[in-house]
Design a protein. Structure first.
Length: 157
């Protein structure tokens, strides 16, 4: 199998994982989870109800006031009065010396199932505008090459 075929197969499998299993890919942009998940790492998460979470789980939850989520380890879980499905999570990054300032009240969270160092950096690079433009150009050249008429040799007799 060629490199291009391998990359294509990996992309197809990643798409299928997201589309059919509910998995998500989260790029960790800071070093707060090092050494478990270093900056540039990729976490594979699965959405679960808050009731399924345990102390020690690494989760991705929405960060209040930000479009970017936070991925940290649960250090404490408390029930939320008046909402049986919600939990108040106290989180801390593995490389942090203190808990996050405020607990996160959630009804569900992305539970980290696996992680890979540096793969997040690769994913971000591959989805950047220059990389997308290059991919379109390469595909265009390959399509043009596939349909380009062959040069016919003149036969001499």
């Amino acid at each position: 199998m060629t490199v291009a075929g391998s990359v294509g197969l990996a992309c197809l499998l990643a798409w299928a994982a997201v589309a059919f299993t509910g998995l998500s890919f989260v790029v960790v942009t800071t070093g707060s989870m090092a050494p478990t998940i270093p900056a540039g790492g990729l976490a594979i998460t699965h959405r679960v109800s808050a009731a399924e979470l345990d102390d020690g789980d690494v989760v991705t939850v929405p960060r209040p006031g930000s479009t970017l989520p936070v991925t940290h380890r649960i250090v404490a879980i408390e029930r939320v009065r008046g909402d049986a499905a919600a939990r108040s999570l106290t989180l801390r990054g593995d490389d942090n010396t203190a808990d996050d300032r405020q607990p996160y009240v959630v009804r569900d969270a992305g539970l980290a199932l696996a992680h890979a160092p540096a793969l997040g950096t690769v994913l971000v690079a591959l989805t950047s505008p220059p990389a997308r433009g290059l991919a379109v150009a390469v595909v265009g050249v390959l399509v043009a090459w596939a349909f380009w008429p062959e040069r016919r040799r003149e036969q001499t007799t």
